[in-house]
Design a protein around this ligand. Structure first.
Ligand SMILES: Nc1ncnc2c1ncn2[C@@H]1O[C@H](COP(=O)(O)OP(=O)(O)O)[C@@H](O)[C@H]1O
Ligand SMILES: C[C@@](O)(CCOP(=O)(O)O)CC(=O)O
Length: 313
C-alpha cells in the first residue's frame, strides 16, 4: 500500500473578483488529506464519509482519476482506495482538491510509472471538474505544489516568499455550508447591476492584490492586515458576506488580529485572520467561545508527497 498527503488552501486575497479576470493570491496550508492506494478489487473508503459506492456521484472524481491513470499511464482500472482528511469539507479550504491530488499521486506511485507533479495536478484537475464543473484550477495547483501562488486568468505564478516571521494565520470555520455556485452568480449579478460603479470596485480589488504582493515581499504585516480588512469590505459590498463572517472578522480584530476577512466563496465557510504570534492565544480563545472550529495554520511549501503511515478502515 502506498500513501500520499496533500495540503488544503486558503485564498488570501481576491476571491470573486478573480472570476472577472482580476488577480488573486492563495496559500497552501498545513491541513492535509491523506489517501492510500493498493492493488485489489475496486473499493473506496473514507474515514470521514464511510464506504463510497464506486457507482455513486461522490465517487465520480475518483473514478475519473483511475480512468485517466489507466488510459494515459497503463495503470490498472481497479484499486482499493482509503481516504482520511483533516480539512473541513465544503468550507472553502480545498478539501476536494487535496483528496484528488493525494489520490492521483498515490495511484501513480502504486502503478509504478514515472511521473511529475504536473501529471498529478493535471489528473487531479480532471477529478475537480467532476466536483465543480469548471474550476479555476487554483485548488489543485496549490495542493500539488504548495506555497504561495498569485493567479490571474488561468496563469499561476509562485511567489518565492512566505508570510512574515512571527506571524500566524488563524482560520475559523463558521460551519455554515454555502453553495459556491450560487454565491458566485449573485455576486456577478450585482456587479452587472452596478455597471460603472461595479467596475471601479473590481479595479480597486485588483489593485489591492498587487499591493498585497508588495506587502508580503516586504514582510509588512500591519499593511497586509489592513489590506485584508479592505478586501473584506469589498466582498461585503458585493454581497459575498454573511453576518457570521462579519461578526468573526470583528471578533478577530477586537482581540488583536491585524487583519481578517472571509476567504473563499463567503456567506459562511471560513474567515481568516492574521496576527502576531503573541496575540494568537487570545484570539483563539475568543473564537472558541463562539463554538466555531478554529485552526492555527502554517503555510505548506512542499505540496503533495508520499508518506509512510497507512490508513486501516
Ligand atoms: N474526507 C473526505 N472523504 C471523501 N471525500 C471527501 C473528503 N473531503 C472532501 N471530499 C470530497 O470533496 C467534496 C467537497 O468539495 P467542495 O464542495 O469543493 O468543498 P471544498 O471547498 O472543501 O473543496 C465532498 O463533497 C467530497 O466529495
Ligand atoms: C469565489 C471564488 O473566487 C472562490 C471560491 O472558493 P471556494 O470554493 O470557497 O474555495 C470562485 C472561483 O474562483 O472559482
Amino acid at each position: 500500500m502506498t500513501c500520499s498527503i496533500a495540503p488544503g488552501k486558503v485564498i488570501l486575497f481576491g476571491e470573486h473578483f478573480v472570476v472577472e479576470g482580476y488577480p488573486a493570491i492563495g496559500l497552501a496550508v498545513g491541513l492535509y488529506a491523506r489517501t492510500c492506494v493498493e492493488e485489489g478489487d475496486l473499493k473506496i473508503y473514507s474515514r470521514q464519509l464511510g464506504p463510497i459506492d464506486p457507482s455513486s456521484k461522490e465517487a465520480k472524481p475518483y473514478m475519473r482519476i483511475i480512468e485517466e491513470a489507466s488510459i494515459r499511464y497503463g495503470c490498472r482500472d481497479r484499486y482499493r482506495i482509503y481516504i482520511d482528511s483533516e480539512i473541513p469539507v465544503g468550507a472553502g479550504m480545498g478539501s476536494s482538491a487535496a483528496v484528488n491530488v493525494s489520490l492521483a499521486h498515490s495511484l501513480l506511485e502504486t502503478c509504478g510509472v514515472e511521473f511529475t507533479k504536473e501529471d498529478v495536478s493535471r489528473i487531479a484537475y480532471l477529478g475537480e471538474i467532476m466536483v465543480h464543473g469548471k474550476p479555476s484550477g487554483v485548488d489543485n495547483t496549490l495542493s500539488t505544489y504548495g506555497g504561495l501562488v498569485y493567479y490571474r486568468q488561468g496563469l499561476f505564478k509562485r511567489l518565492n516568499t512566505s508570510l512574515p516571521e512571527n506571524t500566524a494565520l488563524i482560520v475559523a470555520d463558521t460551519g455554515v455550508k454555502r453553495d459556491t455556485g450560487l454565491v458566485v452568480r449573485e455576486v456577478l449579478e450585482r456587479y452587472r447591476r452596478l455597471g460603472g460603479l461595479g467596475k471601479v470596485i473590481y479595479e480597486v480589488a485588483g489593485r489591492l492584490v498587487e499591493e498585497a504582493v508588495v506587502a508580503i515581499e516586504k514582510g509588512d504585516v500591519s499593511r497586509l492586515g489592513e489590506l485584508m480588512i479592505v478586501n473584506h469590505g469589498l466582498l461585503f459590498a458585493m454581497g459575498a458576506s454573511a453576518w457570521i463572517n462579519d461578526y468573526l472578522v470583528h471578533k478577530m480584530i477586537n482581540n488583536g488580529a491585524q487583519g481578517a476577512k472571509l476567504s473563499g466563496a463567503g456567506r459562511g465557510g471560513i474567515v481568516i485572520g492574521i496576527a502576531r504570534l503573541e496575540n494568537t492565544g487570545k484570539i483563539m480563545e475568543a473564537l472558541k467561545t463562539e463554538k466555531v472550529n478554529v485552526y492555527l495554520v502554517k503555510p505548506d511549501h512542499e505540496g503533495v508527497r508520499s508518506i509512510n503511515t497507512r490508513i486501516s478502515p
